[in-house]
Design a protein around this ligand. Structure first.
Ligand code: NAD
Ligand code: UDP
Ligand code: UDP
Length: 322
C-alpha cells in the first residue's frame, strides 16, 4: 500500500485495532474507524482524534454499513473469554452478521478485505504446533463456542465469498497477542498477572500452570498484518500469525513476578471448561509468504507492557496513558 488509501478498520478502538490504525496513519493512509465501544475505549484512540487522517463512526457491524473505502480490516469482535462470554449471542452475531455485512460492503466496492480470525478455530488442538491445514478440535456448544464457532463460520463466509464472487480476501489466524492497551480487566492472562503483580495481589493461576501458550508482541503482529495485506490476490490465507515461542502459564507467572519485583504469591484456581492445554503456531507459511518473523522477545515485550500498566495504575483511574 504505497499509495495513500482510505482504509476502514472495524474494531479500531480496541487493543490490536488501535495499534493497526496508528501504523496505517504513519504509513500515510486515511483511516475510518468503526466501533460500537463494546470492549474498545475512547482513550485507546484519544491521541488520534485531532488527526486529519482519522475519522470515527460509532456503529455496530451487525448492521449494514454503507461507506466508500479502498480496503477493509475487519477486527470487530470481543476477544477475551470474559468479554465474549458476557453476551454470547451478540458475540456470534458480531462474528457472523458482522462478516456478512463487511463482505457485502467489500463485494460492492470490489475491495480487499482482511479478517482477524483466531487460533481458537483450532479449539483444544490435538496436534502441536498447529498448522493451517489442521481442522481443529472445537466444542460446538460449550462456553467458548460463541467465539470459536463464530470465527469458524466467519472463515467459511470469507472463503465462500472468495470462491463464489472472486472477492480478494486475507484471513489471518491470530495467536495470543499482548502489549500496551490490553484491557486491565478483561481476564486475559498477561494483563491479569501484570496487574496482580503490580498491586501485590495473589496471582490467579488456573489449573496447575502446565498449559502452554505462545505470546506475540503487538508490533510484531501489526507488521505481519500489513505485510499480509500487501501480498498478491493469490494469497488469501488462512495464515497463522503469532510468535512460536511456547511457554507454560506457570512459567509466565514466575517471570512476571520476577520482572515486577512483586511479593505476590501464586493462588491456584480450577482450570476453566474447554481451556486449551497447549497452543503454538506453526508460522512456516507466514515466514515464506511475508518474509516475516517476530522480533520482540517475551522479555522485551513484557517490559513495555509492565511499564504501560504501571503508568495506568498510578494514573489513579483518570484514563489510559498514550
Ligand atoms: P478488543 O476487544 O480490544 O477489540 C475488539 C474491538 O471490536 C473493540 O473495540 C470493540 O468495541 C469492537 N467491537 C466488538 N463488537 C463490535 C460490533 N458488533 N460492532 C463494532 N465494533 C465492535 O480485542 P483485540 O484483542 O483488539 O482483538 C481484535 C480482533 O483480533 C478480534 O477480532 C479478535 O477476535 C482478534 N484476535 C485477537 C487476539 C488477541 O490475542 N488479542 C487473538 C486472536 C484473534
Ligand atoms: N452490505 C453492507 N454495505 C454495503 C453492501 C452490503 O452493509 O455496501 C450488507 C447488506 O446489508 C447485505 C450484506 O452486506 O445484507 C451482504 O451483502 P451481499 O451483497 O453479499 O448480499 P445480499 O445483499 O444479496 O443479501
Ligand atoms: N489464565 C490463568 N490465570 C488468569 C487468566 C488466564 O491461569 O488469571 C490461563 C488460562 O486458563 C489459559 C491461559 O492462561 O490457560 C491463557 O488465557 P487467556 O484468557 O489469556 O487466553 P486464551 O485462553 O484465550 O488463549
Amino acid at each position: 500500500m504505497s499509495i495513500s488509501k482510505q482504509i476502514l478498520v472495524t474494531g479500531g478502538a480496541g487493543f490490536i485495532g488501535s495499534h493497526l490504525i496508528e501504523r496505517l496513519i504513519a504509513d500515510g493512509h486515511d483511516v475510518l474507524c468503526v466501533d460500537n465501544f463494546y470492549t474498545g475505549t475512547k482513550p485507546n484512540i484519544r491521541h488520534l482524534i485531532d488527526n486529519l487522517q482519522f475519522e470515527l463512526i460509532r456503529h455496530d457491524v451487525t448492521f449494514p454499513l454503507y461507506v466508500e473505502v479502498d480496503s477493509i480490516f475487519n477486527l470487530a469482535c470481543p476477544a477475551s473469554p470474559i468479554h465474549y462470554q458476557r453476551d454470547p449471542v451478540q458475540t456470534t452475531k458480531t462474528s457472523v452478521h458482522g462478516a456478512i455485512n463487511m463482505l457485502g460492503l467489500a463485494k460492492r466496492l470490489k475491495c480487499r478485505i482482511f479478517q482477524a480470525s483466531t487460533s481458537e478455530v483450532y479449539g483444544d488442538p490435538k496436534i502441536n504446533p498447529q498448522t493451517e491445514d489442521y481442522w481443529g478440535n472445537v466444542n460446538p456448544n460449550g462456553p467458548r463456542s460463541c467465539y470459536d464457532e463464530g470465527k469458524r463460520c466467519a472463515e467459511t463466509l470469507f472463503f465462500d465469498y472468495h470462491r463464489q464472487t472472486g472477492l480478494d480476501i486475507k484471513v489471518a489466524r491470530i495467536f495470543n497477542t499482548y502489549g500496551p492497551r490490553m484491557h486491565p480487566n478483561d481476564g486475559r492472562v498477561v494483563s491479569n498477572f501484570i496487574v496482580q503483580a503490580l498491586k501485590g495481589e495473589p496471582i490467579t493461576l488456573f489449573g496447575d500452570g502446565s498449559q502452554t501458550r505462545s505470546f506475540c508482541y503487538v508490533s510484531d503482529l501489526v507488521e505481519a498484518i500489513i505485510r499480509f495485506m500487501n501480498t498478491g490476490p493469490d494469497c488469501p490465507g488462512p495464515l497463522n500469525l503469532g510468535n512460536p515461542v511456547e511457554i507454560t502459564i506457570g512459567e509466565l507467572a514466575d517471570r512476571i513476578v520476577k520482572m515486577t519485583g512483586s511479593r505476590s504469591k501464586i493462588a491456584y484456581h480450577p482450570l476453566p471448561q474447554d481451556d486449551p492445554v497447549q497452543r503454538r503456531p506453526d508460522i512456516s507459511r507466514a515466514r515464506a509468504a511475508l518474509d516475516w518473523e517476530p522480533t520482540v522477545t517475551l522479555e522485551q515485550g513484557l517490559e513495555k507492557t509492565i511499564a504501560y500498566f504501571d503508568t495506568l495504575l498510578s494514573d489513579s483511574g483518570t484514563g489510559r496513558p498514550e
